[in-house]
Design a protein around this ligand. Sequence first.
Ligand SMILES: O=C(O)CCC(=O)C(=O)O
Length: 251
Amino acid sequence: MLTSEQLDQYLTAGFCIVPALLSEPETAHLRDQARADLRGQAAAGELMVKGDSAGKATLLKMWHEAGEDVYGLVARDERLVAIATQLIGEDTYLYSHKMTMKEPHEGGAWEWHQDFGYWYQNKCLAPQMLSIWIALDPSVAANGCLQVLPGSHALGRLDHVRVDGQTIVEGEYLDAALERFDLQFVEMKPGDALVFSCNLLHRSDANTSDDPRWGYIASYNAVANQPFRDVREYGRYQELKVVRAGALLDA
Ligand SMILES: O=C(O)CCC(=O)C(=O)O
């Protein structure tokens, strides 16, 4: 659950940080397994590659189910599910979960967008959706930490367009939003989580540092808001089988 201060911040700014949502051993366990699994998959060309306008690429791994592996157990961990249920305010399910990976000097930028910009296109009608982004590495400006426009969630959904394989907010609306809201870099320690509304405008820079910047993202939706038409391989309703805090250490 969020504290009342965190809840106030989420409602006002569209996001809040939960320090050490995962403990150090849990974060190390998730990071070590992810590095071993996903660097191998990257080498075999099995990951999604997201280009940016500078020609750099950031890597993405998405899972379509939440099973008994470490990733599924994080997504179903009672601490994350309690936060999602508290904020959505009704029965929730796991909409998607994924790893976003920026390797040193290679990882590219994510351009400005709202997640609901593309989830709406995926046929979810209402913004009863949110994400929990957990840092696996120190996430700082130099390695391309998240940037947000606090308060921008209150704009509601803006129109998005597809550019270079990314779904991004339309240019002149972005310019207006950048005039209206102050930009904030969200620096986090490993294990910290950013909980953010699906309508919060966010982006991140390329990783120009010597250090990786990996983040695990679990996104939740109201059961009643599941896609009204099946257009994607992910996001379909599946019962959320909650596991005790820290169950991921058993995987
Ligand atoms: O990891 C990042 O820097 C951004 C990821 C993101 O915005 C997304 O997956 O929609």
